[in-house]
Design a protein around this ligand. Sequence first.
Ligand SMILES: Nc1nc2c(ncn2[C@@H]2O[C@H](COP(=O)(O)OP(=O)(O)OP(=O)(O)O)[C@@H](O)[C@H]2O)c(=O)[nH]1
Length: 330
Amino acid sequence: MVERIPVLVVAGFLGSGKTTLLNHLLRYNNGLRIGVVVNDFGSVNIDSMLVAGQVDGVVSLGNGCLCCAVDVSDLDEMFAVLTGPGSPVDAIVVEASGLAEPRNMIRLVLGSENDRLRYGGLVVVVDAAEFEHTSADHPELATHLALADLVVLNKADRVAPEDIEALSNSVRTTAPEVPIVATSRGVVDVGLLFDLPDRGPATVPVQMTLDDLLREDDHDHDTHLHDRFSALTFRAETLDPRAFVAFLENPPVGLYRSKGFVDFGGAGRRFLVHTVGRHIAFEPVRRPGTELVLIGSGTDTGAIESELTAMQRAEPATDAQMLVVHRYVR
Ligand SMILES: Nc1nc2c(ncn2[C@@H]2O[C@H](COP(=O)(O)OP(=O)(O)OP(=O)(O)O)[C@@H](O)[C@H]2O)c(=O)[nH]1
């Protein structure tokens, strides 16, 4: 089976830090080859892309708002370039312009006819220092947060540490279960967003600017980051389909994405499963057994493990029990 390439949409109001986040991901890519779709790559860190060997993977959409400027067929063309022969891209990031409507962006990706792709999540970047103002001036921010699979509370350096919790709680009043990562300068671990390839050592920039050297030590960032996201591996034989689908439809607080194999008991009841937020996709496979990796920020991994353990079943599922799964099978 060919792995599908996740398409991550990064949205957020003007100046919240989307490009900064993108540049961070390109630079600290851990060997992941990221293809980029941006309106204007004037401020994208081309040096990092050269280091990552992916300058061919840059697709500019010209000026203007992405969702207004292109329809699905245009975006599909970009995806075709990024997924076509000779472009070994592992993941794609679409940076929505400050004005792009995230709902349309999600539709553009979910509506793509390219069967090498899958939806990789909506990350909404929020300027922590401006959150109150932006919420007051732009009520649509609440809608964006409600759609988000992950909220990046950026510019944490511009607010007092004790305010981060209050800001996170404000986000949670709109999006109760969404995982939230508080960060400065878009420092989000690429492993939270994407599966990392086993391809040897991480790609690092060959040239550091003075700015980079003067910046806070990134190793410190990394150490903190690993505390901020968790990856739980769960193995079992067969699970109860209704309980498992209910778990995915109402994911526990902080769970961002999950992937792996799930077995509901016998041939025709084994699937590859991918979820991001509440977006669920099953694909039939032959491989027996259940092996899942669940990735999130601020999750209670012990509680998740107990919940999954309680779903184990010795008996294969009945056809009636399988109906809930079939809603999500491609
Ligand atoms: N203090 C501080 N400044 C930041 C941080 N992240 C980004 N910035 C700065 O904020 C400004 C806007 O950042 P961008 O990454 O360009 O924001 P954007 O969301 O891509 O902006 P648009 O493309 O205009 O929508 C830049 O000057 C960044 O250097 C942060 O965590 N802290």
